[in-house]
Design a protein around this ligand. Structure first.
Ligand SMILES: *Cc1c(COP(=O)(O)O)cnc(C)c1O
Length: 422
C-alpha cells in the first residue's frame, strides 16, 4: 500500500475521508479526488455523493427505451463482440506464414458484400472522408456543391474536414440548386488542380422546395474520381438479408452497392449506423484508389485494431450469409407491431400505446415507423436512468414512454421491474 501513502502536503483529512467512503467501489485515487472536491466545497459530507456521481458516469450497459434505433447518445447500433485475451492473426497470413494485411479480412468482406473492388476501414466516417481527401487531393482542389457544405452533427463539418485533409475547397452552385453544368465548369476551370468530386448525402437534414442537385450517375460522367459520402452504411438497397425485403422507409436512403453501380468511384460510410456494426468508417470502391489512399500516412494513424475489425468481420459475414437476424439493428427493425404488443401485454405494467420508432443516428430525419410503447403518467426519466441497469425513456404529454422496439426482449423483465417500482 506504500503507493497510497498520502504525500506530506496533503491534509490528512482528505485521505481519512477517502477511506471512509471505501465501500463505493472505485479505485482509491478517485475516492481521494471526491474527498478533496468535497472538502474544497466546504462540505465533506458530499464526498460520498460526488464519488457515486462519478461512478454513475462510467461507461455501462443501458436499456434503450427511446424508440430511436441508432441513438447517438447511446452508442448508435447495438453490437456484441467478444474477443478472448489471446493473440490473433491480425497481420499474419496463416496460409503463407508471411506478413499479412489487417485490411485483407473485414474490409475485404465488406467490399464483397457491397460489390466494391476493395475497401479499407478507419475509426469513423469523418476519418474516412478526411483520409480519402488527403489521399486523393492533398494540396489540390475538391469540387463540392454549396448545398452539401454542411454540418452533420457532432461537429462533423464538411468544409472543416476538407481543410484538415489538406485539400482545397472548390464550391459550386448554390445552397438550394446545383446543376451538372456547375460541376462541368469547375472541372474545366480547375483542370490542373481538381483532384476529386465529393458528393455528400444530406443525412440529417433536407433542403425542400425549389431544389436541384445532379444525380450520382451524372457526376460520374465527369472526368474526375467521384467520392460519395453516403454516411449511413446501407449496403444494398435490396436488403437481401431481410426475409421481407427492404422496409418502405428506406426508399430514399442511398446504398453503397447502388451508389457504386451508378458510377461513384468510392463510397464512405459509418460502421455503426445502418450497417449495424461497431464504430468505424469504411472507404469502399476502386482498388487503385483504395491502394493510393492506404499509402497515405494518415491511414496508419486512423486504422482500427483487432477488436473493431473482429466485430466488423462478424457483421460482414452475417450480410454475406443473408442473415439479418444476426445483426441486432436489423433484428429490431423487422419486429412486427403484433410481436411488440404481445411483449408489452406480458410486461403487464402501465398502458400499452401505439408509438413511432425512428432510425436515428443522423439518418432519415423525417422517417418514423409503427411501434409499441408502455406509458406511465408523470416524468420518471430520472428514476429510470438511475437504476443499476439504467433504462432510458422519453417523455411526451406528461407521460413517460418506454418504446419496446429498441428494448432487447431479454431485458423485458427488467423493464417490468423498473416500471413496476415507480
Ligand atoms: C454520420 C455521417 C458522417 C459522420 O460519420 P461518423 O461515423 O459519425 O464519423 C459523415 N457523413 C455523413 C453523410 C453522415 O451521415
Amino acid at each position: 500500500m506504500s503507493d497510497q501513502t498520502p504525500p506530506a502536503d496533503r491534509p490528512p483529512s482528505v485521505d481519512t475521508l477517502a477511506r471512509s467512503i471505501a465501500d463505493v467501489s472505485l479505485p482509491h485515487p478517485l475516492l481521494v479526488d471526491a474527498a478533496r472536491a468535497a472538502i474544497e466545497a466546504g462540505d465533506p459530507d458530499r464526498a460520498r455523493g460526488i464519488a457515486t456521481d462519478l461512478q454513475r458516469r462510467m461507461l455501462t450497459p443501458v436499456i434503450n427505451g427511446t424508440g430511436t434505433l441508432l441513438h447517438t447518445n447511446l452508442g448508435r447500433a447495438p453490437m456484441a463482440w467478444e474477443q478472448a485475451a489471446t493473440y490473433s492473426n491480425l497481420e499474419l497470413d496463416l496460409t503463407t506464414g508471411e506478413r499479412g494485411s489487417r485490411m485483407a479480412t473485414a474490409p475485404a468482406l465488406i467490399a464483397k458484400a457491397c460489390g466494391a473492388e476493395a475497401a479499407i476501414v478507419v475509426n469513423n466516417c469523418a476519418a474516412a472522408v478526411m483520409l480519402t481527401l488527403a489521399g486523393l487531393a492533398e494540396g489540390r482542389g475538391v469540387i463540392v456543391s454549396r448545398g452539401e457544405l454542411v454540418e452533420i452533427g457532432g461537429g462533423f463539418r464538411i468544409p472543416e474536414v476538407m481543410e484538415r485533409s489538406g485539400a482545397r475547397l472548390i464550391e459550386v452552385g448554390t445552397t438550394n440548386r446545383t446543376r451538372l453544368a456547375d460541376f462541368e465548369r469547375a472541372v474545366a476551370e480547375h483542370s490542373d488542380d481538381a483532384g476529386v468530386i465529393l458528393q455528400v448525402h444530406q443525412s440529417n437534414y433536407r433542403i425542400v422546395g425549389f431544389t436541384e442537385a445532379p444525380r450520382t450517375a451524372e457526376l460520374a460522367s465527369l472526368d474526375r474520381p467521384l467520392v460519395a459520402d453516403i454516411g449511413s452504411g446501407l449496403l444494398d438497397s435490396r436488403c437481401g438479408w431481410l426475409a421481407g425485403g427492404p422496409p418502405g422507409w428506406l426508399a430514399e436512403e442511398p446504398a453503397a452497392r447502388q451508389t457504386l453501380e451508378a458510377g461513384a468511384d468510392l463510397v464512405t460510410f459509418s460502421g455503426d449506423k445502418l450497417f449495424g456494426g461497431p464504430q468505424a468508417g469504411v472507404i469502399a470502391g476502386r482498388a487503385d484508389l483504395i491502394a493510393t489512399i492506404s499509402q497515405h500516412p494518415l491511414a496508419r494513424a486512423l486504422r482500427p485494431g483487432s477488436l473493431v475489425l473482429g466485430a466488423l468481420q462478424a457483421t460482414a459475414l452475417a450480410y454475406l450469409a443473408g442473415d439479418g437476424d444476426a445483426i441486432p439493428f436489423w433484428r429490431m427493425v423487422v419486429l412486427t407491431v403484433d410481436e411488440l404488443r404481445a411483449r408489452a401485454d406480458a410486461i403487464g405494467v402501465g398502458t400499452v400505446i401505439d408509438t413511432e420508432a425512428t432510425p436515428g443516428g443522423g439518418t432519415l430525419p423525417e422517417v418514423g415507423f409503427p411501434s409499441i410503447g408502455i406509458a406511465v403518467s408523470g416524468d420518471h426519466r430520472y428514476a429510470l436512468r438511475n437504476r443499476v441497469r439504467p433504462l432510458i425513456a422519453r417523455v411526451s404529454d406528461g407521460q413517460t414512454i418506454v418504446d419496446l422496439r429498441t428494448v432487447d426482449p431479454g431485458d423485458d423483465a427488467d423493464v417490468a421491474e423498473a416500471l413496476g417500482s415507480l
